[in-house]
Design a protein around this ligand. Structure first.
Ligand SMILES: Nc1ncnc2c1ncn2[C@@H]1O[C@H](COP(=O)(O)OP(=O)(O)OP(=O)(O)O)[C@@H](O)[C@H]1O
Ligand SMILES: [Mg+2]
Length: 589
């Protein structure tokens, strides 16, 4: 027997197969350094909207959904956490993750918590839009964390979404509907499978009897805004991440340091800011920032490390065709991963201005995401400033901030180069190769995923690439035919240039380069028109499409069966163009 075998056996026996074993792993020790809202009721039955003036969190008891039914769980995340699959349908587990925390065994607490955060949109602070005109009403309006603990040597937080009102609910119901919960549940795990950092999906339960009303689109509607009120079942999905700290949260405490003229209040606010920043380091950056360093040293390293993660994240989004849609600072995880799958979308057509959310505007569109991230990063750096006093430290932080665009650009270049199978895009001719490709993709237009996947096979000519062309969208008249001919000629020229670059970079076999390209150019992507039938069927109790999407989208870079290919590796059907709820959507809740 080798050394390896006993270890593997140990890993198997470490599986958590009962709820009480999971509960035993609860560990709130890091939270103890944080401040609880002094005005909160201790048992968390605090569900009315109100201003929260201070403290890092508010104890809140979730409101369970009525008659919960199991919809889905992520077997990939269960395996990573060491949870047995059988738990997902067990009574205790289901009770908690459908919102009933009243019966959990210790050391788990019978109360959850919500956090406040500030909001800035594209670098502009939003304060007066909160119901109290102070900014003290913004925060987790329907997200409630219920567990923090160490599983498989990593600390995780588990957070219910749609578990009822919190003091930050701003008059809303605190619920999430099945439609948006299915979208978020599937997208989170798909994103992980795509290799892009993200919060994860644990479980999804729906109520068999409780519904809420939401504005949505009538069948076949092309309206921009919802034109119908629909009654939808409520659901609770649970997401899991090392923490749910957002840029907006750091901003909130920084803002408070300059709000009050009273020196004592300022000092208190500064202490709260310092605590949340140290907590962020502990939760998200403990492995890269040494505990022994001084506060200013930690802060500069934190800014650098977050910049590194955030720029990689955005390059990852562009790589896979993802548009977050609403990339405000409150939807920007300070750990540098994807958070809040509300108005998101995976692009069918390549369009730099792709923006699935009708309320999002151009500034959060597909290719503007690097800029949106930069605004969030700048707000993050400004929020750290009150903790630095020396000129030298402030200059160092400014340096980290100012280099964002350069770092972002180099990550984008590396990402495009990888998608094209090239080693770099550093020369002028390579840059032209990329810009001409982007222009051609728009003018043709092409399906972003299918194009790069077909290119990854390194074809001999452009014919296979045409599989990605949306020629169906183009009018068939003489003028258009002439244009198409010109575009075709430009494609051929582009292809010849690309092949020449590929050959000049090639130091391994063509098969190896093709294989590498297939590792960054997914074959399967969670398109909105695939999600729609899945949540529609789920609303009538049929979860089979959700299961199928879970399986297919868990292996987005793999070749799968012919049947799967025929069904999922397809251009967007014509009837889905301009369709409300598919091509575009209003808010997501
Ligand atoms: N039905 C609702 N009830 C209470 N609050 C809500 C509801 N829908 C949205 N909110 C709150 O409005 C704010 C903005 O909504 P947004 O769509 O970004 O959030 P979300 O999808 O609920 O949140 P998250 O960022 O936690 O994924 C958030 O603070 C959110 O908690
Ligand atoms: Mg949000």
């Amino acid at each position: 027997m080798t050394d390896q075998q006993p270890k593997q056996q140990q890993a198997t026996t470490a599986t958590i197969s009962t709820f009480s074993e999971l509960a035993k792993l609860a560990d709130y020790s890091l939270m103890e350094s944080l401040n609880c809202d002094p005005d909160a009721t201790e048992n968390g039955v605090d569900h009315d909207e109100r201003q929260v003036f201070s403290g890092h969190y508010v104890p809140v008891k979730p409101t369970p959904i009525k008659d919960p039914e199991y919809v889905a769980h992520s077997d990939a995340l269960f395996a990573q956490l060491g949870l047995a699959d059988s738990l997902a349908k067990s009574a205790d587990f289901m009770r908690l993750f459908s919102g009933d925390i009243s019966q959990v065994p210790g050391p788990m607490r019978k109360v959850g918590w919500a956090t406040g955060y500030a909001l800035s949109i594209y670098g502009v602070e939003f304060i007066h839009q909160c119901p109290f005109q102070t900014g003290n009403g913004y925060g987790d309006g329907r997200a409630i964390s219920v567990f923090e603990g160490v599983l498989n040597e990593q600390r995780w937080e588990m957070q219910l979404k749609g578990a009822g009102r919190t003091p930050y609910c701003r008059g809303a119901d605190g619920r999430a509907v099945l439609r948006s919960s299915v979208r978020e549940f599937l997208a989170q795990e798909h994103m992980h499978a795509l290799g892009v950092a993200t919060s994860r999906s644990l479980s999804l339960y729906v109520s068999k009897t409780e519904t809420v009303k939401r504005g949505w689109y009538a069948e076949g509607s092309q309206s921009q805004n919802p034109d119908k009120v629909v009654t939808e079942p409520v659901a609770i999905s649970t997401r899991v991440a090392p923490s749910f700290l957002r840029v907006g949260q750091i901003e909130l405490f920084a803002r408070r340091t300059r709000e009050d003229e009273n020196v004592d209040e300022q000092r208190k606010a500064l202490a709260e800011l310092e605590k949340i920043v140290l907590h962020l380091i502990e939760r998200e950056y403990a492995t890269v920032i040494d505990k022994q360093l001084s506060l200013p040293e930690k802060i500069i390293l934190l800014a650098q490390a977050f910049r590194d993660r955030l720029t990689s994240l955005i390059a990852g989004w562009i790589q896979v065709g993802f548009c977050q849609g609403n990339f405000n600072s409150d939807n920007c995880a300070a750990g540098g991963f994807t958070l809040d799958y509300g108005p998101f979308g995976f692009a069918d057509l390549f369009n730099p201005q792709y923006q699935p959310w009708t309320g999002g505007g151009n500034h959060f569109s597909f290719m503007n995401q690097p800029k949106a991230a930069q605004s969030n990063f700048e707000m993050f750096c400004s929020a750290l400033q009150p903790l630095l006093t020396s000129e030298q430290d402030l200059l160092a932080l400014d340096g980290v901030k100012n280099e964002f665009a350069t770092v972002m650009e180099s990550k984008m270049n590396a990402m495009w180069a990888a998608k094209l199978g090239l080693k770099h895009l550093n020369t002028e001719s390579r840059k032209t190769l990329l810009s001409e490709l982007q222009l051609l993709m728009m003018q043709t237009p092409v399906d972003y995923t299918i194009f790069f996947r077909e290119l990854s096979s390194i074809p001999k000519g452009i014919r296979p690439l045409k599989k990605s062309f949306y020629t169906q969208l183009i009018n068939d008249n003489a003028e258009q035919a002439a244009k198409n001919q010109q575009i075709e000629t430009r494609w051929v020229e582009w292809f010849v240039q690309w092949k020449a670059s590929l050959n000049s970079d090639m130091d391994s076999s063509i098969e190896q380069v093709s294989e590498q390209m297939k590792q960054v150019n997914p074959k399967y992507i969670l398109r909105e028109w695939l999600l729609k039938p899945a949540y529609q069927q789920a609303a009538v109790g049929d979860y089979s499409l959700i299961r199928e999407l879970q399986e297919v989208m868990a292996n987005p870079y793999a070749e799968q069966s012919q049947e799967i290919e025929d069904k999922f590796y397809r251009l967007k059907p014509l009837e889905f163009f301009n369709l409300g709820g598919v091509s575009h959507l209003s808010c997501s809740s």
